[in-house]
Ligand binder design. Structure first.
Ligand SMILES: Nc1nc2c(ncn2[C@@H]2O[C@H](COP(=O)(O)OP(=O)(O)O)[C@@H](O)[C@H]2O)c(=O)[nH]1
Ligand SMILES: [Mg+2]
Length: 640
């Protein structure tokens, strides 16, 4: 079937106590036997995840993930439950609510699974009155959870009674779902991997966001291996593209199956990061057996990954059952996490689900405890995407779209929309391609103006500050484009004047004192007198009896006024002499192809050193081009 780009795909998952009829129900719905392991068939229970395509009445195909109910396989259950949009909470009416019914319900609630249906199974074995009683019991159990308004369906997978009604209910619920972010970065937590003879490594999973096509380059994390997609399959069929919400199988090139494990993520390169430290909002279940203490170790499940975490409570020593807090969790192995990801924690021993929560930041510093400022910052990070982006930008000074995409894990368009909104609220400005807080940009503008004023104060003989020097007062992180934009705006507003080689306060003119003016005059005169034979700077100043430590502003004044020309740090010429030399050069090239140092020296009548300095100066200006011992004309200025 062809897929339109707007179409969204959903994943339906099962949950519930062992033997309550999950696998049988999926078979009744899809015709697929999801217990595929030999051991599963023999023992008659599900151990690992099972997968099946389910054709909805409208023709769309949903992916079904059948999870094991037995408490020993909760890890597998958690690996599969992550990407689920709609859950079927399966309860055997003959048994009613059992321990894993409750545990799964709590997990689903913590993971904030969007929607669900309560399916009462094996109704063929029970009296209707009894089913009513069980339904009452279940309603009490789900009050206060995400399932409180969920529809109930009574079925028998054996007689198929109630199955058509269940299918209708599923179709209705699916319509109410929003679907996953198909435009975001591609992210596939791998839940199975195997080698197909003559085909190579195949991985499967639920595509949580983005899309994938054959030929795509992907990054495999946390192993940090680059790979390429050779083939994309959805429910056993080759596809030109798979999109968020589909169960996919990818054939990957250049990757050994042995390096993969549950917890590995295949993703758009450069977006996701692995981390062994996360900030999170953690909720302890109301019926957790005891409070969680500072640095208690827990099993930490996120996506298909499972690691051991140490919970650092930041604002208390103990988290009581039913409470929630902002925490930092230190992980014993890195995993790929994202802001807004949901996770589950299980106590270290005995292993039971005790809580879970939501990731707030995947790149936090190690926090100190009992600090009001840190808690306030975390609350702000938690409060929303805009607050998160704003805080990340404020911390760095300025950030590019791509950096924000990485930090937030939001898709490019979501980040862009938030940035645009923040710009409209005048809280952010775009400088070049970097976003900066509006307040900070304003502070930078003031700093630039102050720096120019201070420069004039310290260098009254100079016309202005070189742009590169001025740039140095702003953080290195701000790229030249952003600096140019700030300066450009100040120039536009008439607060600065840009003279190319320097920036100045509008109308600023250097004013030497009478004494300085006299010395400047003497220097200029000496260079004019000496003409082509002008000595180097040191000798000249010595002869004039000018303190070299105080000569720089005077010389700079002469350069800026165009009275002296600086060939290099030591060699200067009076401007009139320099222009004579340039005329000589032009005349020479009028009827010669090349010129040598010796030839020019004969014409200009200067020391070898001076001529060399002059020619090299012209090389730098690209007036001439040096070829061995000779030079040719290159971009000589026009005119006399
Ligand atoms: N009579 C009857 N038996 C069922 C029904 N659903 C499941 N069973 C049986 O209950 C047992 C457990 O079912 P299964 O689907 O493996 O349970 P799971 O552990 O939740 O996946 C199996 O022997 C099924 O054949 C039903 O609706 N009616
Ligand atoms: Mg099963």
């Amino acid at each position: 079937m062809s897929q339109s780009p707007q179409q969204h795909f959903v994943i339906i998952g099962t949950a519930g106590h062992v033997d309550h009829g999950k696998t049988e129900l999926i078979r009744a719905l899809t015709g697929v036997e999801t217990d595929r392991l030999k051991e599963e068939k023999e023992r008659g229970i599900s151990i690992d995840l099972g997968f099946a395509p389910f054709t909805l009445p409208g023709g769309e195909i949903a992916g079904v993930v059948d999870v094991p109910g037995h408490e020993r396989f909760i890890g597998n259950m958690l690996a599969g439950i992550g990407g689920i949009d709609l859950v079927l909470l399966v309860i055997d009416v003959n048994e009613g609510v059992m321990p894993q019914t409750r545990e799964h319900l709590q997990i689903l609630n913590l993971l904030e699974i969007p929607r669900g249906i309560v399916v009462l199974t094996k109704c063929d074995l029970a009296e209707e009155d009894w089913v009513d009683i069980v339904e009452e019991e279940v309603r009490e159990e789900i009050a206060g959870t995400f399932l409180r308004n969920a529809p109930f369906c009574r079925v028998s997978s054996v007689t198929r009674e109630g199955i058509p009604e269940l299918v209708e209910t599923i179709a209705r619920e699916v319509k109410a779902l929003h679907g996953k972010d198909a435009d975001g970065p591609m992210r596939l937590p791998i839940d199975r991997h195997f080698t197909v003879a003559g085909f190579g490594t195949v991985v499967t999973g639920t595509l949580l966001s983005g899309g994938v096509r054959p030929g795509d380059a992907l990054e495999v994390l946390p192993q940090e291996i680059m790979t390429r997609v050779r083939e994309v399959q959805v429910h056993g069929r080759k596809m030109v593209e798979a999109r968020a919400g589909q169960r996919v199988a990818l054939n990957l090139t250049g990757i050994e199956r042995a390096v993969l494990h549950r917890g590995t993520v295949a993703a758009t390169p450069g977006i996701f990061r692995q981390t062994d430290r996360v900030d999170a909002r953690l909720t302890l279940l109301a019926d957790a057996p005891r409070p969680l203490k500072f640095r208690d170790p827990v099993h930490f499940h996120l996506g298909t990954a499972r690691v051991v975490g140490m919970v650092a409570l930041l604002d208390r020593d103990e988290l009581a059952p039913g409470e929630s807090a902002l925490v930092q969790i230190h992980l014993d192995r890195p995993l790929v996490a994202h802001r807004e990801d949901r996770f589950i924690i299980r106590s270290y021993s005995p292993v039971t689900t005790i809580g879970g929560g939501k990731i707030i930041d995947v790149g936090p510093e190690k926090h100190r405890r009992f600090r009001d400022d840190i808690m306030a910052a975390l609350r702000e990070l938690e409060s929303g995407e805009k607050a998160f982006l704003l805080q990340k930008i404020s911390k760095e000074g300025c950030l590019r779209l791509r950096e924000l995409e990485q930090a937030s894990g939001l898709g490019r368009e979501r980040v862009q929309d938030n940035l645009d909104a923040l710009a409209a609220e005048e809280r952010l400005v775009l400088l070049g391609d970097q976003w900066a807080p509006a307040e900070l940009a304003e502070a930078w503008r003031l700093r630039l103006l102050e720096a120019v004023a201070a420069f004039h104060e310290a260098n009254p003989l100079l016309p202005g500050i070189p742009p590169a020097t001025l740039k140095g007062i702003l953080p290195d992180k701000l790229a030249p484009k952003g600096f140019d934009q700030l300066v450009g705006k100040l120039v536009e507003e008439g607060k600065l004047e840009n003279r190319g080689e320097w920036l100045q306060r509008p109308g600023f003119a250097p004013e030497p004192s009478a004494e300085q003016a006299a010395t400047i005059e003497r220097i200029e005169e000496a260079y004019r007198q000496d003409g082509p034979q002008a000595k180097n700077k040191r000798e000249m100043l010595e002869r004039l009896g000018i303190d070299p430590d105080r000569s720089d502003p005077l010389l700079a004044f002469l350069f800026a006024r165009g009275r002296l020309v600086k060939l290099n740090e030591e060699s200067f010429l009076h401007a009139d002499i320099y222009h004579q030399a340039l005329d000589l050069l032009k005349k020479h090239f009028a009827d010669h192809e090349t010129i040598t140092l010796a030839e020019f020296r004969n014409q200009f009548g200067s020391s070898r050193k001076q001529v060399q300095a002059l020619l090299e100066h012209w090389d730098r200006l690209k007036y001439t081009l040096r070829k061995g011992d000779e030079r040719v004309a290159w971009k000589l200025p026009e005119g006399p």
